[in-house]
Ligand binder design. Structure first.
Ligand SMILES: [Fe+2]
Ligand SMILES: [Fe+2]
Length: 286
């Protein structure tokens, strides 16, 4: 691994797109046990555009609430803390992701669609196999490929070389990426997440979402994101170069107790969830 090159990228802060300030606060908020609608309200109300967007989403036909929601506290009361928190994260991160990431063969919006799909599948999967991780699973899924956003500024048209190598040598994307660039998007993403002071389990999930068996500490969150990633690619959500050859980890399937039947169920659920979320979240792949 070309660590020097990767460190150079991470250190050059100007090259890393700024993370919306509210994102880190919201991620940290949900970590404690004593969080309340009030805390969330305090963070969100500092950003009027975000508050307006959040209320618009809460009042959309998607939720069909019996009354008009006019404050964050009310939104939490009617939709629950998790839902409102996830809505805040999705509405703040969409700009960050909705850039051209052509270096990875994604059309504009493709990486965002992929990220939302992996977030939804991660949350669904965690509910089934590890409910304690439900809260962080959505966030981990949403941010798992964040290294690509950073890296796409450096890789130019590298996907052409990456895909060529994949075809010629019949190797998975991550391996070709490593050979062409000298490092991979997962580890770069983990480094950037560390720089942003993300919680350790989130850094771990970002860094090992392709190889959960190599994760340090508890592997369940990287496993969930890995399987959700596979489900999103299988269903064609955000199919960039990454999706052309995706080795599904036997270790992940075994540890999560997921057989072909359970995976098929995950695919189906995801298709349904994405159908419902697409209009609502205005996900427009290019
Ligand atoms: Fe990835
Ligand atoms: Fe991915």
């Amino acid at each position: 691994m070309n660590n020097d090159r990767m460190d150079e990228i991470v250190q050059d802060v100007q090259n890393i797109p700024p993370l919306p300030a509210v994102v880190l606060k919201v991620i940290q908020l949900t970590r404690g046990n004593d969080t309340s609608a009030n805390d969330l309200n305090k963070v969100i109300s500092l950003d009027p555009a975000l508050t307006a967007n959040l209320l618009k989403l809460c009042n959309s036909a998607y939720y069909g609430l019996p009354r008009v929601i006019s404050s964050v506290t009310q939104a939490v009361m009617y939709l629950g803390f998790h839902t409102v928190r996830n809505l805040v994260l999705t509405s703040t991160m969409s700009d960050f992701f909705n850039k051209e990431t052509s270096g990875y063969g994604y059309a504009k919006g493709g990486l965002w669609q992929h990220s939302v799909a992996v977030a939804l599948a991660s949350e669904k999967l965690s509910k089934k196999i590890s409910p304690g991780l439900r809260d962080v699973a959505f966030t981990a899924g949403l941010l798992h490929d964040i290294g690509k956003v950073v890296m796409s500024r450096f890789v130019g048209n590298a996907h052409v070389d990456i895909e060529k190598l994949m075809r010629e040598e019949n190797i998975p994307f991550m391996q070709a990426e490593q050979e062409v660039l000298g490092f991979n998007h997962a580890l770069l993403g983990a480094k950037v997440a560390d720089q942003w002071s993300f919680p350790q389990e989130l850094i771990n999930a970002i860094g090992f979402h392709h190889y959960p068996d190599k994760a340090k500490g508890r592997p369940m969150l990287p496993i969930i994101v890995h399987l959700a990633d596979a489900a999103a690619l299988q269903m064609g959500f955000g199919l960039g170069s990454d999706g052309l050859c995706y080795p599904l980890s036997e270790f992940a399937l075994k540890t999560a107790n997921m057989g072909p039947h359970e995976m098929a169920e995950l695919y189906q659920d995801l298709e349904e969830d994405m159908k419902n979320a697409s209009d609502f979240l205005e996900i427009n792949p290019g």
